[in-house]
Write a protein that binds this ligand. Structure first.
Ligand code: BTX
Length: 325
């Protein structure tokens, strides 16, 4: 009932009377009053005027289920959201839920992470209410060997979502970073539970620096936020919705094997790594070459300095641009 009342308030330009709400939803005026009080406690500013009714004045800047579901155009992705004010890591929580049988498409999102995780045990800085720290549970019917492609699809969905909402020229650094003006604004951590031939679940962890003003000393030269680059605050909810809409569309296209060439072309168009000199680091080995293409499988095709052409699989390597991040 809470989300329905909220929707009525949001959809209305002026006051909505208690009588109207009670007629539409078939609930008592006291029940409505209770919900309104609850919404106020959550940070909604709602004016109540005798004989006129209720008017929504301000919405809290929180990524709650009610806020994200409002006008969200997805069929299944993000239709169930676990929202936290604080958590150690949304990936860790999503893994727990997935292992207990949570369905595909459910999302865990937190205003702050106390132990946000990057790849290979690295940490991800996740300050309160200024970023998007979320994890998506997916159960793709694919072989574990193809799981890295889900990261590529997520990169594309995030990159285009950010561009659409902010107008900023976000780009993808292969395979899984989104960068803006050569600095990192987003990282994606894909974790998987699988058997030999079958994926049980994939947790797609997405961290986006939205309205962060400054970063710790050790990452301030490589990290940035949408706010720092765009010099204004951005609406985190709108970015989440745009990403979920893209992700559902591209994920379904990938599973249905539709427009795969088109997906790859789109990815290439946004990919900052192509055409650049890169250093590939694989375990203790490293080499320098030029990133010349992406294979059909989404691997990076690199021409080494001696002319030899190799394909690099995303799961195994770190890529460093020689000029800039
Ligand atoms: P990564 O291993 O590619 O990047 C981690 C590295 O990036 C760190 O070692 C540090 O140098 C730098 N870094 C740390 N925090 C930030 C930041 N906020 N912005 C830019 N650079 C940073 C990338 O790993 C994958 C990150 C995924 C984060 C999401 S958030 C939701 C989900 N939950 C969770 O615990 N992780 C994922």
């Amino acid at each position: 009932m809470k989300s329905k009342i909220l929707q009525l308030l949001k959809d209305s330009d002026g006051y909505v009377s208690g009588e109207e709400i009670s007629k539409i939803l078939g609930v008592s005026r006291t029940a409505i009053w209770k919900v309104i009080s609850h919404l106020k406690e959550e940070g909604y500013i709602i004016e109540s005027v005798t004989k006129k009714g209720y008017m929504l004045r301000e919405t809290p800047d929180l990524l709650t289920e009610d806020e994200i579901l409002y006008n969200l155009n997805t069929k299944w992705l993000g239709q169930k959201i676990y929202h936290h004010h604080q958590i150690d890591s949304t990936n860790k929580e999503a893994k727990k839920l997935a292992a207990a049988g949570e369905k595909e498409g459910t999302i865990v999102i937190s205003e702050e992470q106390l132990a946000g995780r990057g790849r290979l045990g690295r940490t991800w800085v996740s300050p309160p209410q200024t970023g998007i720290w979320m994890s998506v549970i997916l159960r793709p019917p694919i072989s574990p060997a193809d799981a890295s492609k889900i990261t590529l699809i997520a990169g594309l969905a995030v990159c285009e979502g950010i561009q659409a909402v902010t107008g900023l020229p976000a780009q993808i650094k292969w395979p899984n970073d989104i960068v803006l003006h050569n600095k990192k604004i987003c990282g994606i951590l894909t974790e998987m539970s699988a058997e030999m031939e079958k994926v049980n679940y994939i947790i797609l962890g997405i961290g986006i620096n939205v309205n962060i003003n400054s970063f710790p000393e050790d990452i301030k030269n490589t990290a940035t936020s949408l706010k720092i680059e765009g010099e204004k605050d951005y609406d985190r909810k709108e970015i989440v919705k745009a990403i979920l809409t893209n992700l559902e569309k591209y994920y379904e296209a990938y599973l249905n094997k539709q427009d795969l060439e088109d997906l790859l072309e789109k990815y290439k168009r946004h990919c900052l790594t192509l055409g650049k000199e890169v250093k590939i680091i694989h375990r203790n080995e490293e080499f320098i070459g030029k990133a010349v293409d992406l294979s059909e499988e989404g691997e990076l095709v690199v021409e080494k300095q001696d002319g030899q052409v190799v394909t690099v699989f995303s799961g195994e390597v770190s890529v460093r641009g020689l000029y800039g991040y």
